[in-house]
Write a new protein. Structure first.
Length: 107
């Protein structure tokens, strides 16, 4: 769900920004303002979500990140890493020319 939500959010944001660039007189200032407002609304929403986990012994101990791979899943995890890196690399490849091309179309 997290991966789908992130990608749908990126696509929706890109579509909205694309529409704003086409129809707003000063898209650079307007888009920045809109995205800042959206970020602030999302930040307030996240802060207001109730915590579902009771902290463990001591607050610092409960905040320490614990990243683990289940025992026996190491080879499968390592086999999946190239596909994960390739997927993000392709996204970067397609998103990298977006700012210069959009700047050229606005002038």
């Amino acid at each position: 769900m997290t991966a789908v939500g992130t990608n749908v959010g990126l696509a929706a944001d890109a579509a909205v920004v694309g529409l704003l660039v086409q129809w707003v007189p000063r898209p650079d200032a307007f888009v920045f303002s809109v995205l800042t407002l959206v970020f602030l609304v999302r930040a307030v929403t996240v802060v207001r979500i109730p915590e579902t986990v009771v902290p463990g012994a001591g607050v610092p101990a409960s905040l320490r990140p614990r990243v683990r791979i289940p025992q026996g899943a190491g080879p499968r995890f390592l086999a999946a890493v190239p596909a994960l890196v390739a997927g993000r690399s392709v996204t970067g490849l397609f998103l990298a020319p977006a700012p210069p091309s959009s700047a050229a179309s606005c002038t």
